[in-house]
Write a protein that binds this ligand. Structure first.
Ligand SMILES: [Zn+2]
Length: 132
């Protein structure tokens, strides 16, 4: 599967933490990168990935070391941010493997069960970014 071809591995930040320090010595304290900046970077990398190929919440979560919920949040933001551009986010909706139901209210989601037949065997959505 394409999950193994990770073009953009997640960025790792290693903070230097001295083994012994006095709390009164402020020179040991370092500035930690804000999570906002990390979010922005992850979002841009997800965008780049989806320009190249479709992927699922699980595939993106594995590739970028974040939860599926975080992936879905990024994808929703990406969809909005592409509104006024010549690109758009396309979604292959989740689909029940039992009865084929795919009319979920929010396609950018990972449903735990099918509202029609109540089975939990629901295939994840897939996303891709293409020229509008
Ligand atoms: Zn079903």
């Amino acid at each position: 599967m394409g999950h193994n071809r990770v073009a953009y591995p997640p960025a790792r930040t290693t903070a230097f933490i001295p083994r012994r320090y006095r709390a009164s010595d402020k020179s040991f304290f370092i500035r930690v990168p804000t999570s906002d900046m990390d979010d922005q970077t992850t979002r841009e990398r997800i965008l780049d990935t989806l320009r190249e190929r479709p992927d699922t919440p699980s595939g993106l979560a594995e590739a970028f070391g974040v939860s599926r919920g975080t992936v879905l949040t990024h994808v929703r933001h990406l969809s909005k941010s592409l509104d006024d551009t010549d690109e758009e986010l396309l979604v292959k909706p989740p689909e029940c493997r039992e009865c084929g139901f795919d009319g979920f209210d929010d396609p950018v989601n990972v449903p735990s069960r099918c509202p029609e037949c109540k089975h939990e065997n629901v295939e994840e959505p897939a996303f891709v970014v293409e020229a509008a």
